[in-house]
Each structure stands twice: as C-alpha cells, then as structure tokens.
Design a protein around this ligand. Structure first.
Ligand SMILES: [Fe+2]
Length: 268
C-alpha cells in the first residue's frame, strides 16, 4: 500500500454556490442551498477519496457572515481539509467573520504538490470582473522562484484565459497577461483552476493544464455573445470537479454533474 509521500493527493473543487442571504430565497429561480446539499450527497455517494476541499469563490451571492456559516454547515459532512478563496460576489470581511480559515493568498502543501491560492477580486469593475493586485503578482512570482522542484497547482476565481463568450471574456481576469506570463515562465506549474464561468472548461496555459468547474448552482451556456443560462439537459445541472495529483507531477481531472436536478427549462 502506498505511503502518504508516494500516493496521489485528491482535491475536490466546489465553486459558485451563490447562496442567498436567507435560506429559501431563490437565486435565478433555483434554491442554491438545496442544490449544494445534493452535491454534498453526490460526493459522499461517489466514494471519491477527498483529501482537500477547495471552494473557488462566489460562495454566496450577497456576502454576509450568516450565509457563509450556512455554507460551511451544508459542507460539514464532507471529508477533507478546507480552503477557500473569494470571488467577485464574496465579502472577505464576512468570510473571515464566519470562519478562522485563511481567506485569499495562501500557500498549501498537498503532499508532494504545492497549492497556491490567489485573490483575484482587486480592481472590480462592478460588472463581475476582477484582477490580481500588484502585491498578489509579486507574491506569486516570489513563490514560483522559491519553489522550482515541486509541481504547483494555482487556483483563483476569475478565468485567466478567454473562452469564446464575448460577455464572459469582458469580465475575465483583468490583467490576465501578467498572470499567464508568470505561468508560462514556470514549468513547475502543472495546472491552473478557476470558477466564475459557471461551466466546464479544459484548456491549456503554456505547459499548464487549465480547468474550470461547473457551478453547484446555475450554469452559463458556453460560447455566447450575450448572457444565456443553460436551460435543459445534463449541462444545465449542478456539477463539480476533482483533481488527482500524482507525486511525479501528473494531474488528472474529472467532473460530475447531477443531471437529475437540472433546472426546469421554463424557468431558464
Ligand atoms: Fe458565480
């Protein structure tokens, strides 16, 4: 049996839960609390061997500490060490009021891997975009310079690459080139993951794989000029991603969706 130094580490990503301030309030016609509970049930039923649970932002729709406490209560049955980063809908002060977990810039040991968490909520434009602050970029550059041997996974809320949707490309990471230049110059970065898009994506940034997880709430239809919700079929249902990080730097990702709870097309 593999020991902890040689086995793969399993990371579960949940994102864009968009819990409303009060339980029972609807977010785009769905009960985000109920859907998140179904996601938790699915993770438990799947038997996925979760070592770490990463929440990549927009965890509540309007930030307040009580909504974050509700979120953590719903997630309580899941195994794994918790980590979270803010999205454009989050309030860092409320996250910190709800939990002693670090929030934002953080370096985490994942077995042989190193996880770098970034806060991409600087310089918001009021429509959903965000950027990495100069402090964030300098910190990332220093971390990458100090750690060239171990494989690195970077997580941030905003997507740092365009995804062929005009309206979403306008609210992607504002200073994406600054970020992707750092990634391309650091071969130990094996993967970059984000939320924000409310859809599955699998692309590349230089040598690194790039993945986005579906939301645990509503999904946005890919490759659109204007905002459009997925309104039926499996791609409309809540989902999540997982990552298996091998000691030699290989990474696998998979996605699960809850097709049985797809929103009613009439509500789309
Ligand atoms: Fe979101």
């Amino acid at each position: 049996m593999a020991d902890s130094a040689s086995r793969a580490v399993f990371l579960l990503q949940l994102t864009d839960c968009h819990l409303m301030p009060e339980p029972g309030q609807l977010f785009r016609d769905i009960d985000a609390d109920s859907q998140l509970r179904l996601v938790v049930d699915d993770v438990l039923a799947s038997g996925l061997p979760v070592d770490h649970l990463l929440l990549t932002g927009d965890l509540v729709h309007h930030g307040n500490a009580e909504a974050y406490r509700r979120l953590l209560d719903i997630l309580a049955p899941l195994p794994g060490k918790r980590h979270w980063i803010p999205g454009n809908h989050d309030e860092i002060g409320a996250m910190r009021a709800a939990s002693a977990m670090p929030c934002g810039r953080e370096e985490v040991d994942l077995g042989h891997w190193r996880l770098l968490l970034l806060d991409s909520t600087s310089y918001p434009d009021g429509r959903g975009s965000g950027s990495l602050s100069e402090t964030e970029l300098v910190w990332l550059e220093q971390r990458l310079a100090q750690s060239t041997e171990r494989p690195v996974l970077i997580a941030l809320h905003h997507n740092p690459v365009a995804t062929d949707s005009d309206w979403q490309d306008e609210i992607m990471l504002g200073n994406a080139a600054d970020f992707t230049d750092l990634v391309a110059a650091a071969p130990q970065v094996k993967a970059v993951i984000c939320g924000h898009l409310h859809q599955s994506q699998a692309r590349s940034i230089g040598q690194a794989r790039f993945w986005c997880s579906p939301s645990t709430s509503v999904q946005f239809k890919p490759a659109q000029a204007d905002f459009l919700l997925e309104s039926g079929g499996p791609d409309a249902s809540p989902g999540y991603r997982w990552y298996r990080l091998y000691p030699d730097g290989r990474v696998e990702s998979g996605m699960r969706r809850l097709a049985q709870v797809a929103p009613d097309p009439e509500l789309g």
